[in-house]
Design a protein around this ligand. Structure first.
Ligand code: MRU
Length: 348
């Protein structure tokens, strides 16, 4: 497999659109699409064409910039506020979407009274800064995460927390990508991650592109793999971490963590500080996105694999209790329990 340079989010060359790699087309096709209007931007997030907590935050920041270019002088702040609210309403769990959109809104409001072109220019710089910060944070997370692993280890991954979900190294996959660059042999079992198959479609693709030895498994195979001693650590990303260290991530993460605890396998949650929400006291306060049950009933199948009309419950995320997390890996290094105290110390 050839090494692909992944550019998941960028401005179009003329700056009139946000250009994304459409993740719904992977791994079969590498297709970039340009998004100019807010409905198309909203749809791209909803349909997971662009996905992963940090990535949707970066994407939203560029969207605010591109949309702001089209506002007239009189309507500027009314339209800005309306578009920001609209983008934030798209997905509730990952805090990055609201956080980065609010950062853009706050910047613009702080410049009220200045000429509109000046505000728009500042928004462009801010979006780029948010992107650059994520690149730097992911690199630092990859380094810190790699320090917890040993040559010859095999890790379990869940969902996709690689460059597609962030920028460059990713979070949960960062240590694996860095290890591959340095010739350190660290392998992965990749949970396929039902129902949307981010593991099978995206993580396997990214790891194979990077030359990381990976083996795809169904989510329900992790227990046997751990029982047989095939896995030395679980690495996962995060969509929102509460102040006490509870971590919302893709549905199935908490199950993997519970199994890991049973078999004595460490669980590492890797995330940038932009995903930590100290205003959320515990995981119980994190809103969980519920998606269309058709993802379970029929998606990916040539013909539906469940009776038509069967009731489905399709939560997109679950919460891993902080007691199950061995360490949290951030751009400021490895954080150990007690998380309520140590997260506050580092990020409060
Ligand atoms: O529904 P998704 O695909 O956006 O869910 C993404 C995840 O759960 C990731 O693990 C998380 O956003 C961390 S990405 C660095």
């Amino acid at each position: 497999m050839t090494k692909e340079k992944i550019q998941n989010i960028a401005l179009s060359p003329d700056g009139s659109a946000v250009r994304i790699l459409d993740q719904t087309r992977l791994p079969g096709e590498v297709v970039y699409i340009n998004l100019r209007d807010r409905e198309a931007m909203y749809e791209a997030v909803k349909a997971l064409r662009v996905r992963g907590a940090p990535a949707i935050g970066i994407f939203a920041a560029y969207c605010v910039y591109v949309l702001a270019k089209g506002y007239g002088e009189d309507e500027f702040f009314a339209r800005l506020d309306d578009d920001c609210d609209y983008l934030i309403s798209c997905r509730p769990t990952a805090v990055n979407l609201a956080r980065q959109t609010e950062r853009m809104r706050t910047l613009a409001h702080g410049m009220e009274g200045k000429p509109v072109p000046e505000i728009v220019e500042a928004l462009g710089r801010e979006a780029r800064a948010i992107h650059d910060e994520d690149i730097a944070m992911c690199r630092a997370i990859a380094e810190a995460g790699l320090s917890l692993l040993h040559e010859g280890d095999t890790v379990l991954t869940h969902c996709n927390a690689g460059p597609l979900a962030t920028s460059e190294y990713g979070t949960g996959l960062g240590p694996l990508l860095l290890a591959a660059e340095r010739g350190v042999d660290i392998r992965a079992y990749v949970d396929e991650t039902r129902p949307l198959l981010q593991g099978a479609r995206l993580t396997a693709w990214e790891l194979m592109n990077a030359g990381v030895d990976c083996t795809l498994i169904c989510d329900n195979m992790a227990a046997l793999a751990m029982r047989e001693g095939r896995i030395q650590a679980v690495l996962a990303g995060c969509d929102r971490m509460a102040a006490n260290g509870d971590a919302a991530n893709k549905i199935g993460t908490s199950g993997a963590a519970i199994i890991a605890r049973h078999y004595g396998v460490p669980v590492y949650i890797l995330l940038p500080s932009s995903t930590i929400d100290l205003a959320c006291p515990t995981g119980a306060d994190i809103p969980i996105e519920i998606r269309d049950g058709e993802e379970i009933r029929s998606l990916w199948y040539e013909r539906p694999m469940a009776p038509a009309g069967v009731k489905c419950w399709d939560p997109a995320f679950d919460v891993t209790d902080h007691e199950l997390i061995t360490a949290i890996v951030t751009e400021k290094g490895v954080v150990r329990p007690p998380y309520d105290v140590n997260l506050q110390k580092l990020f409060g």
